[in-house]
Design a protein around this ligand. Sequence first.
Ligand SMILES: Cc1cc2nc3c(=O)[nH]c(=O)nc-3n(C[C@H](O)[C@H](O)[C@H](O)COP(=O)(O)OP(=O)(O)OC[C@H]3O[C@@H](n4cnc5c(N)ncnc54)[C@H](O)[C@@H]3O)c2cc1C
Length: 473
Amino acid sequence: MHDVVIVGGGNAALCAALMARETGASVLILEASPKEWRGGNSQHTRNLRCMHDAPQDVLTEAYPEEEFWQDLLKVTGGETNEKLARLVIRASSNCRDWMRRHGVRFQPPLSGALHVARTNAFFMGGGKALVNAYYRSAIALGVEVRYDTPVAEVEMDGDKFEAVVTEGGERIPGKACVLAAGGFESNREWLREAWGRNDEGEWPADNFLIRGTRFNQGVLLKYMMRAGADTIGDPTQGHCVAIDARSPLYDGGICTRIDCVSLGVVVNRLGERFYDEGEDFWPKRYAIWGRLVAQQPGQIAYSIIDRTVVGRFMPPVFPGVTANSLPELAAKLNVPVETFVRSLDSYNAACRPGAFDHTILDDCRTEGLEPPKTHWARPIETPPFYGYALRPGITFTYLSLKVDDTAAVRFADQPSPNLFVAGEMMAGNVLGKGYTAGVGMSIGTAFGRIAGTRAAAAAMGRTVPRSNIDGRH
Ligand SMILES: Cc1cc2nc3c(=O)[nH]c(=O)nc-3n(C[C@H](O)[C@H](O)[C@H](O)COP(=O)(O)OP(=O)(O)OC[C@H]3O[C@@H](n4cnc5c(N)ncnc54)[C@H](O)[C@@H]3O)c2cc1C
């Protein structure tokens, strides 16, 4: 029997496996995907958000604990747990040397990376290289990995973990277990149930695309909920970005994002604008647009720009629809021409002269327009014009198993002695709603490491002083 069984094969699972193995436990990873698709959503990532009090290798200036915390407080609207959030923040300040020891390399951000050079450390080769490095290191240390092994059940004796049972019916016992099997973002049925029907009688989730892995079906989240584990969060909350409507259903990754929203206007399929495209810097707003598009009829919208802004944003992977006049663009996009042209004409007429500067909250804004565009508002009048159809792209869901700083799964508010959880399966403890770029990996790394250390200790009958793993040392 293994000391620690780890379910999942992404960042949180690998951090847990490495920590458990480093403390001497025997470790088995059970990953649902085939080897070539290993690494879940983590393989699509680029960076993690890190606290630092002074410039550090790839990170410029300082990003102190208080600023990170205030950023998190703002985006979540207070729907976060301060103690756990601060634990993640502090842990993000000292995890990179450990990551490097396991083969992860960092690089300065490339252009078009949402202006996060100060706050976020970028992985050389992206998340795919990170998970490959972790797998290599884990296997070299003697961690066993089984691919194509989706786990269907978790056998418990009261609150004590006994074994997992695979989809194929195999029972795999362990002395302790870490669940790190992602959210339920890839489960379209569950998304449908969570989002329900809108006033038009549509099922919005039918039009969602999944930006990451197809393997995060939420099977174990649901299983643990039924088994009475404590949960936290709203099933409709998550990270949801507006992505190119032509993206594949799964695994489109970051290149399907459309980053020109704040440089133009967005209309729905009726040809009407519906939100302030220039409300704030794009890195602070990109994660609300998936939800905004999800609330529009048909769950589709169109980002419209003209030639003047080409080259000012990361080019999307697919070329936009182009036209030499606004009516022609509307017709090509299949949007009612008259309403579309009226929306664009009203917008153009409402733009006040100002000094355009996309790197600050500039004074180019509309006047007398509803909804307004508060920054970077310049008339869209120079052909060719471009249109990109947008769909909601789900990154990950926030409904989670509830934890405290030990990462233990809880039943009736009591921690299990040997069942732990990390990553997206518990990220909702910190992220009730909203998002700040790079914090998903910060949460998974912090809690993966805690869960692995505690699972190993539980398996080997040791106690773990909290200061060793809560990021305060
Ligand atoms: C396109 C994209 C870009 C992103 N970019 C960033 C970024 O730059 N920075 C950042 O911080 N976050 C980013 N995120 C979010 C980030 O991916 C997650 O927060 C993080 O990877 C979660 O790690 P995890 O280990 O919990 O989940 P995952 O990496 O998704 O791993 C879950 C694993 O569980 C496995 N699994 C699922 N069900 C089962 C089962 N029943 N049995 C066995 N195995 C199972 C899956 O195969 C998968 O390997 C991005 C996400 C996407 C989709």
